[in-house]
Structure formats: structure tokens, C-alpha cells
Design a protein around this ligand. Structure first.
Ligand SMILES: *Cc1c(COP(=O)(O)O)cnc(C)c1O
Length: 406
């Protein structure tokens, strides 16, 4: 049995009152709170180590380098990558996707094809549209049904030698739907030579990731959604795949030699890490991984699954409340609306008055909102420190909002 109360004491922010009510934080899909071990790791870095990495022979610089490279190894182990140099530090999922969409440019010709899905976050749509503008390639979007389930049969006819990359998320941030990425990857391998990129922004906090088993080329996630500081993130790339790409940013750290006539690039991972990295943040990301591994991913998954079932059951008892993708396999988040009573943001405002923090709006997924012909949803999303009592308070607050708005 997990001691959730003990876990909660490790999150100082949760002890706060918001609008005179104990904070019920259910906006974890936007950003999770940070345990004291992560906060202290970050603070101690600035108090005792702070120096630039990979450049100095002085003690602090070497210490900073060692600590950051240790964090890289923790990430390697966390996602079961084959080599530590396949781990690139970024500032988040968005940067990771943009990096790949830019670095792949030279490999894309006019009329090549890029495949994404209907369930993508804007940051897994826009960089590909920009790539298409640069190259004349075409973007294809795997359709979904009214339960938010991707209709991946189209891949049987879409995948061919023109397909250059398939980029999909593992869990939808808007609906919480778990996508069939194993089947998508298998089909892509079978029918094309395309790269596969997985947006793991919503899965890294909830599921055990194994990039070797998955057999993806690239996988990206953000630190701040999995208990680490904002401004941290990871791009994993299979060695052979990363080697085919050009650098994204040019600058310090990413060169082997540099003259005005010619520059040669550094080996992995530094080829893709131009400029001074977020050293303190990256080290604290290592502490966030320690935090999760101490609890164990399977325990986290089990607890959050129980919360999800409980929330689904009790929210669906409210008359006039519609849960989106209710029949789909979901994790981490539950998206709903009160039909006929105001808009999602009105509900969110009333919940906030009761200390309940949820996300309302389009969740950076306007195509999904357009599909359902709505402006937005109310989204409650879970982390390891959430309790069944949190869900009870959510349900109570939603019922109150319904009374006030109808
Ligand atoms: C949050 C999120 C992103 C963007 O992450 P940033 O941390 O804002 O860069 C991309 N995809 C999904 C599925 C997300 O949930």
C-alpha cells in the first residue's frame, strides 16, 4: 500500500489554501507540482555547484558536468535507451519536436508525406506544417471516431516509400486517450522506411517507457509534467536515426572544430545541444526520476488508474455531464462538459473559488474541439499525490457549478 499522505507532505505547495479552501490540484496534465527533493536539488546546485559544463578544468565546472551527465544516465535508464548519448537535453516537448522537424528538413523532398494524428497537441502539428511549407511535403492526419479512438487502418494504404515520418502522441493531453502506438510503430516498420516519433509528454509521468521495446526513432517529453522543473525536457533519438539529421541550433558546445571556412560537428549528444544548457534544471530532472522510481512506476500507474476509475464513475453519475472519449482506454486525464449550462471556463472559475484547480479551454488541441463542435472542455488530470477525497471535492464543486449556472 502506498502512503499517499506521506507523499503529499513532500509537496510543500499542497499545504496551501486557495481562496480560503485547501488546494485540490487537478491540473497535472498542464504541469505537475514538485517534491521537496527536486526543489532542494535545484537549490543546492545554485548554492554549491553553479558553473558552466564541459568547458572548465576548475573543480566546480567538473562537478557540474559530472552531475549533469549523471542525470543523463538516469534518463537513459528511465526510458531504457541503449546509450546515454542518445539522450538530448531540451527545454521541453515543444523544443524536441521542433528540433526533429527542423533537423530532418534536408531529408524531405516535395510530395513526401508526414503522418500525424487527429489527437495531437498543437506542438505536434505546427512544426510539421512549417516543415511542409519549407519542403512541399504533405501532411496526413489519422482520423478518429467519436470516442477519440484513432482509425489506424488508413495506415495500410497511406504508408509507403513517400512516408518520411510518423509522429503521434502516446496519451492525448485533451482527452486522456491512450493511443495504439505499438500497432502504429509496427505498421510503419512493415510498410515504410519512415522515422517514428512519439510525443510522450503525457505518458512519461504515468507509464513505464521502454524505447528499445517500443522501437521508436525519437521520443520527446517535458520535465515539468513529471515533477521536474519547467524549462527541462528530453529528446531521445536512436543513434542511427540521430546521425542522419543535421544540427538544429548552431553555436557553442555542438562543434568539433570551427573556422570561418568550415565547421565540423561534435558527436552525439552535443551535436544537438548548442549553447549553455539548463544545468540545474537537468540535474533536478534526475532527482524527479529518483522520486518516481522510489515510488515505482507500477505503483504510480495503479494509484492513478484507481483515481481515474473513481472519477469516471462519480462524474458520470451527474446528470447532464458528458465525458469525452468515455469508452476509450484512458490515463491521466478526464475531459468533460456540463451540457447546456454555460461554457467550460465558467465551470472552471467556480471550481477555482472552491480551491479546485482544473484546466478549461481547448488544451492546445483546437482540431479535437472542432470535431466535437465545442469551444473547450473541463479537464481534471491526476498525479501521484491526488486522493479520492480530491475527486469527491471535484464532484461536489462540479455539482455546485451546475446549480449556479443552470
Ligand atoms: C504539454 C504537451 C506538449 C507541449 O509540452 P511543453 O512542455 O509545453 O513543451 C506537447 N504534447 C503533449 C501531448 C502535451 O501534453
Amino acid at each position: 500500500m502506498l502512503d499517499i499522505q506521506n507523499i503529499r507532505t513532500q509537496f510543500p505547495i499542497l499545504a496551501q489554501e486557495i481562496n480560503g479552501k485547501p488546494l485540490v490540484y487537478l491540473d497535472n496534465a498542464a504541469s505537475s507540482q514538485k517534491p521537496i527533493s527536486v526543489i532542494e536539488t535545484w537549490e543546492n546546485y545554485y548554492k554549491t555547484i553553479n558553473a558552466n559544463v564541459h568547458r572548465g578544468i576548475h573543480t566546480l565546472s567538473q562537478l557540474a558536468t559530472e552531475e549533469m551527465e549523471l542525470a543523463r544516465k538516469k534518463v537513459q535508464k528511465f526510458i531504457n535507451a541503449k546509450h546515454d548519448y542518445e539522450i538530448i537535453f531540451t527545454k521541453g516537448t515543444t523544443e524536441g519536436i521542433n528540433l526533429i522537424a527542423y533537423a530532418i528538413t534536408n531529408l524531405i523532398k516535395k510530395d513526401d508525406e508526414i503522418i500525424i494524428s487527429y489527437l495531437e497537441h498543437h506542438s505536434n502539428i505546427v512544426p510539421w506544417q512549417m516543415l511542409c511549407e519549407r519542403t512541399g511535403a504533405k501532411l496526413r492526419v489519422i482520423p478518429m471516431d467519436d470516442q477519440g479512438i484513432l482509425q489506424i487502418d488508413v495506415l495500410n494504404t497511406w504508408l509507403n516509400e513517400k512516408t518520411k515520418i510518423v509522429s503521434v502522441n502516446q496519451i492525448s493531453n485533451a482527452l486522456g486517450v491512450i493511443n495504439p502506438i505499438d500497432e502504429i510503430i509496427a505498421k510503419t516498420r512493415q510498410l515504410s522506411n519512415a522515422f517514428v516519433m512519439i510525443d510522450a509528454a503525457q505518458s512519461s509521468p504515468h507509464l513505464k517507457l521502454d524505447v528499445q521495446k517500443m522501437d521508436c526513432d525519437f521520443l520527446v517529453f517535458s520535465g515539468h509534467k513529471m515533477y521536474a522543473p519547467m524549462g527541462t525536457g528530453i529528446l531521445y533519438g536512436k543513434q542511427e536515426s540521430l546521425k542522419q539529421l543535421h544540427p538544429f541550433h548552431g553555436g557553442g558546445e555542438m562543434i568539433a572544430t570551427c573556422s570561418f571556412e568550415k565547421t565540423t560537428y561534435a558527436d552525439l549528444p552535443f551535436k544537438f545541444e548548442a549553447g549553455t544548457p539548463n544545468v540545474g534544471g537537468n540535474i533536478a530532472l534526475g532527482a524527479a526520476i529518483d522520486f518516481m522510481e522510489n515510488i515505482r512506476l507500477d505503483n504510480i500507474q495503479q494509484h492513478e488508474h484507481a483515481l481515474m476509475e473513481y472519477a469516471t464513475r462519480h462524474l458520470s453519475e451527474i446528470e447532464g455531464l458528458r465525458i469525452y472519449a468515455e469508452k476509450a482506454n484512458r490515463a491521466g486525464a478526464i475531459s468533460f462538459n456540463l451540457e447546456g449550462v454555460g461554457i467550460a471556463s465558467d465551470v472552471g472559475m467556480i471550481l477555482d473559488k472552491m480551491g479546485v484547480a482544473v484546466r478549461t479551454g481547448h488544451h492546445c488541441t483546437q482540431p479535437i474541439m472542432a470535431y466535437f463542435d465545442i469551444a473547450g472542455t473541463v479537464r481534471a488530470s491526476f498525479a501521484i499525490y491526488n486522493t479520492f477525497e480530491d475527486i469527491d471535492k471535484l464532484v461536489e464543486a462540479v455539482q455546485k457549478a451546475q446549480r449556479m449556472l443552470s
